[in-house]
Structures are given as C-alpha cells and as structure tokens.
Design a protein around this ligand. Sequence first.
Ligand SMILES: CC(C)(COP(=O)(O)OP(=O)(O)OC[C@H]1O[C@@H](n2cnc3c(N)ncnc32)[C@H](O)[C@@H]1OP(=O)(O)O)[C@@H](O)C(=O)NCCC(=O)NCCS
Length: 157
Amino acid sequence: MRRMTSADVDAVLGIESAVQPYPWTRGNFSDALLNGYLCYVDEQSGEICGYAILMPGAGEAELLTIGVAAAAQRRGLGRAMLNEMLGLARDRQLNRVFLEVRASNHAAIALYRSAGFSQVGLRRAYYQNANGSEDALVMACDTNFFPGIRETGDENG
Ligand SMILES: CC(C)(COP(=O)(O)OP(=O)(O)OC[C@H]1O[C@@H](n2cnc3c(N)ncnc32)[C@H](O)[C@@H]1OP(=O)(O)O)[C@@H](O)C(=O)NCCC(=O)NCCS
C-alpha cells in the first residue's frame, strides 16, 4: 500500500462507484486528503485495486471507508489492507479503531469480525437505502490486540 494522492482520486472513485451502493463523492475523497487523514491505496502493476481511509482522533481513529475493486475481491486484499490500517493506527498510539457499517453488508461485517472488530453499538435508521433506511452497526477493535499483526521485538521480553 502507499499513500493516496489527488492523482489517484479518479481511479478510486471508479472503484467506489462500482462497489458501493451509495458511493463517496469526489469531494469526500478530496476533503479526506486535504484534512490529512490516512488515505492509502493498494496498487498492483500500476493499477489501483483498493483503498482505505482512516481518520485519526485523540487516542483513537475511525475507519471511514475501505473498498476493493470487484475483480480483485475475495483474494485477501481487503483483509490485508485492513490489517495495514490497524497497524498504522497502532504505530500512532491510536489504541482503538471504530467504524460504522450497514447492517446488510454481510461481506464487510465478516471481514471486520475476522480482523478482531466486535459490535459496540447500533445506530437505527442511520443509512439511506432502497427501502428507506437501514441500521448501522458500530464496531470497534483494540489495535494492541487485533489478530492481524503479531507482536515483534525482544523474544524474551
Ligand atoms: C468488504 C470488502 C472490502 C472485502 O474485500 P475483499 O478483498 O473481497 O475481502 P477478503 O478477500 O480479504 O476477505 C476477507 C474476509 O471477508 C469476508 N468476506 C469478504 N467478501 C465476502 C463475501 N462476498 N461474502 C461473505 N464474506 C465475505 C470473509 O470472511 C473473508 O474471509 P475468507 O475469504 O477467509 O472467507 C469488499 O467486499 C468491498 O470492497 N465491498 C464493497 C465496499 C464495502 O462494502 N466496504 C465496506 C464498507 S465501507
């Protein structure tokens, strides 16, 4: 993964609009870059395959979005990117990462659970959908204990 730049926004928007029912706008991505959020892309052979954005706060962070191009899904990329973002948070002493996810987004919920997230709240009718609205699950992960990253350093200590 590498830092996203404004030159990547077109490619990221292309993925986002293909895989998200209510996609972020160009302005959303530009604002995230301008605000200095941790915006990353996964690039393979010159092609952007995925992206993730983490908003740092005081001692914690929020994962604002993560997406993988349809053709690259189910190959472990989402999990790898999520683990990297959790590692970036931990490196910055951001001890907890929160996120909100549509209750109907079973793929993302399974990904988050497998990475160590658990549900800590529910926002009723938080998202717009074809039937009117749907709930958001609020999930959180402790970056010191998430299973994606092994502790390194002194073997004896
Ligand atoms: C959610 C998303 C990022 C997962 O990316 P991915 O690269 O396909 O995920 P991975 O291959 O790393 O899968 C990791 C785990 O997620 C779960 N998962 C991923 N896709 C799934 C699917 N379609 N159905 C059920 N579980 C799924 C599985 O538990 C999987 O582990 P497994 O392969 O060992 O069973 C991808 O589906 C996506 O971009 N979705 C649209 C955008 C979105 O919903 N983003 C999250 C909300 S902001």
